[in-house]
Design a protein around this ligand. Structure first.
Ligand code: GLN
Length: 252
């Protein structure tokens, strides 16, 4: 397989920067490994994050809504919680863009917690703490490291339903953690858990904002989950015309 010239350029730079043999990097790419894992970094807004398998590579659609959200977070907001943080891309960019915010981030995979912590240091975000926890756990809300109430709750949870998971390109399926992608048979399991948390007594502040990435055809279903617990919702469209983000508000 011949690699596109622009990929070759990136690989040449990565080889030179780290003193690695170019042909080994090219071979990995030819075998289908995502370019970002081979290079080891991915830009996310103004940040440059470390990435490594199997932690989900930050996507451009995520970058887009996070930057939009940063502009809407009120200056009074202080505490943010990100659920299923992966590389830490969402809370790190928000903490970087909103200096009054301090962020907590959880992930079920300890390797993600390590990577997010490394990325905080790499990006000089000091108001950040990541820890291992499973937010599907019924006792998650009493986890000792949490510090509710939170003013901002964010998540790009696993949302791919089973039938779509089987059809994912090998580049995704063979390298990225299924725990970051597969959202249960319907793809909606994690949103139900987040909605239960969002309305739990004193978990969020009374005017908290909740921002969730959703799959390409899930905006209506996810909006309905949050409206069923009496939250007001709106959907944001990504640059490719998909309703990609559900925003839910606790206040009126
Ligand atoms: N956007 C990712 C993909 O298309 C899925 C991420 C997720 O499930 N949250 O592979």
């Amino acid at each position: 397989m011949r690699l596109p010239l622009r990929e070759l350029k990136w690989l040449r730079k990565a080889a030179a920067d780290a003193n690695r043999p170019l042909d080994a990097l090219v071979r990995r790419r030819q075998q289908g490994e995502p370019l970002q894992y081979i290079i080891g970094t991915q830009p996310f807004g103004p940040l440059e994050l470390s990435v490594r398998p199997p932690i989900l590579i930050p996507r451009p659609e995520t970058e887009h809504w996070v930057i939009e959200l940063a502009a809407r977070i009120p200056e009074s907001a202080r505490h943010l919680l990100d659920l299923g943080t992966g590389s830490g891309c969402i809370p790190l960019l928000l903490a970087h863009l909103c200096p009054a915010l301090s962020a907590h981030a959880v992930d079920v995979n300890p390797a993600a917690v390590t990577l997010a912590t490394e990325n905080a240091a790499r990006c000089s975000v000091t108001r950040f703490r990541a820890f291992q926890a499973n937010f599907l756990d019924p006792d998650f809300h009493v986890h000792a490291m949490l510090c509710p109430p939170y003013d901002v709750l964010t998540s790009n949870p696993p949302y791919i339903p089973w039938n779509e998971y089987l059809e994912l390109p090998d580049e995704v399926k063979n390298y990225e953690d299924p725990r970051a992608l597969f959202g249960g048979p319907s793809g909606l399991e994690f949103y139900h858990a987040i909605a239960r948390l969002a309305v739990r007594e004193r978990f969020l502040s009374s005017d908290a904002i909740i921002a969730l990435e959703v799959g390409h055809d899930q905006a209506e279903a996810v909006g309905a989950i949050f409206e069923s617990v009496s939250l007001r919702t709106e959907a944001w469209t990504d640059p490719w015309g998909k309703k990609r983000t559900i925003i839910a508000y606790r206040g009126t």
